[in-house]
Design a protein. Structure first.
Length: 124
């Protein structure tokens, strides 16, 4: 997947704060076209937008393709030193992707992973 394909996938999935320059509000930055809205994700009543630099677009798109919103949460958590949320469901989503990605790292082939018996428990 190219950077442009990744950007288009994420744009079509409505992952970013704004999908076109016309959707930007006065005072918004062009960076908002590649900024993920994490308001009320890591804490209640928090405003948070995470810009996705071009060099990270392919990784974010791959995580989104594999895991949906859980992959996006994982990417942001990893980017901020395994940051946790005050919400347990968010933390379970991130932990799920972290566990699955560790299996993908250990067993890069899909045939290997298909028959590998791996068990993990989500939650504290």
């Amino acid at each position: 997947m190219t950077i442009d394909e990744a950007r288009e996938l994420l744009r079509k999935a409505d992952v970013f704060y704004a999908n076109s320059p016309e959707e930007l509000f006065e005072g918004d930055s062009p960076q908002d076209l590649q900024t993920i809205n994490f308001n009320d994700t890591w804490g209640w009543a928090s405003a948070w937008g995470e810009h996705v630099p071009d060099e990270e677009l392919e990784r974010v798109a791959d995580l989104f393709w594999r895991y949906g919103w859980c992959g996006i949460l994982y990417w942001c958590s990893e980017r901020h030193e395994k940051m946790k949320s005050e919400f347990h469901d968010i933390n379970r989503y991130v932990q799920f992707v972290r566990e699955e990605e560790s299996i993908r790292d250990a067993l890069p082939g899909s045939s290997q992973r298909a028959y590998a018996k791996r068990v993990y428990t989500l939650g504290e």
